[in-house]
Ligand binder design. Structure first.
Ligand code: 6PG
Length: 291
């Protein structure tokens, strides 16, 4: 039985690989396949990516051949599950790694200094992936900050953009083709922290006060946790021993996403790709695949 507030019941597909580099490559391949399927099915793919350090290795693989050539990037729309309320070029921005690695924006804008990877159209060598600028949909943090607005203002504008997008609507919520998330040390996903008020409101996006228990201590904006329940596919990626405890708890018998928001992604239609260190405390009763 599907309940969009908590996601469909069941267990995700869990893939356990030896180390972080295996995880990044497998995640990038999985994303490339999923985006291709979405474009084949509905003419575009709506992909919400994540922040933190997890996407960096993934972006490197997506931006390099063979994956760069495999994905129909011009039909991919990139959104963000959450961001820090800072300008887009701030070092804490969740958009900056995508701009730098996935889209190679500095190369295109000529701001990279020596342009060692500069565009060479004839040779077919281009930096980054060719997602049209109009398909890139960050939270409007820079614009909101520039006009003296708040994270709540920023979230409202983003919610309007989501509502105006041609994504299918399920239970009043836009259905992403793919949402990628990492797992925080407290079990948060996107910027939905344990006990978040976002569980009790119907908005599509929220301004979130600066968390004091996890870094960085800056205000955030986040999508609604309910969107994780209706997304066609959700990919959870985590590696390293520091994630083992919380991931073990996420797969415990008690299901309470308000306490462990990562449990929102413990659902059919979700895939978790973990390294052996991060998966070390997944209870033996939970089926995992390993290569
Ligand atoms: C953020 C996030 C957050 C992140 C996790 C995992 O903006 O901080 O989007 O939900 O994905 O905290 O972070 P790491 O990838 O750094 O482990």
């Amino acid at each position: 039985m599907s309940d969009s507030r908590h996601g469909p019941a069941g267990e995700p597909d869990i893939l356990v690989l030896p180390g972080p580099e295996d995880v990044s490559l497998a995640a990038a391949e999985w994303i490339a396949t999923t985006l291709g399927q979405a474009v084949a099915g509905r003419g575009r793919a709506d992909f919400a990516t994540t922040g933190g350090s997890t996407p960096i290795g993934i972006y490197r693989h997506l931006a390099a051949d063979p994956l760069r050539r495999r994905v129909p990037w011009t039909d991919v729309h990139v959104w963000w599950g959450d961001d820090r309320f800072v300008p887009r070029d701030h070092q804490l921005s969740n958009v900056l790694p995508a701009d730098t690695i996935l889209f190679a924006a500095a190369e295109y804008s000529g701001q990279s200094g020596n342009r060692t990877q500069g565009t060479d159209v004839e040779a077919g060598i281009e930096p980054g992936v060719p997602v049209p600028a109009g398909n890139i949909h960050p939270f409007p943090c820079s614009e909101t900050i520039g006009r003296g607005g708040t994270p709540a203002d920023c979230a409202r504008t983003y919610a309007e953009a989501l509502a105006a997008s041609p994504m299918p609507v399920v239970d009043g919520l836009p259905r992403f083709d793919l949402i990628l998330v990492g797992v925080g040390p407290d079990g948060h996903v996107m910027s939905v922290f344990p006990g978040s008020r976002a569980f009790d409101c119907d908005a599509l996006a929220f301004g979130i006060p600066a968390p004091t228990h996890v870094e960085p201590h800056v205000e955030r904006v986040t999508l609604s946790p309910a969107l994780l329940g209706v997304a066609s596919r959700v990919l959870v990626v985590a590696y390293g021993a520091t994630k083992a405890g919380i991931i073990g708890r996420a797969f415990g018998e008690a299901r309470d996403p308000r306490s462990i928001p990562a449990q929102l992604t413990r659902r059919v239609g979700a895939t978790w790709i973990l390294d052996a260190a991060a998966a070390a405390q997944v209870p033996p009763a939970i089926p995992v695949r390993s290569h």
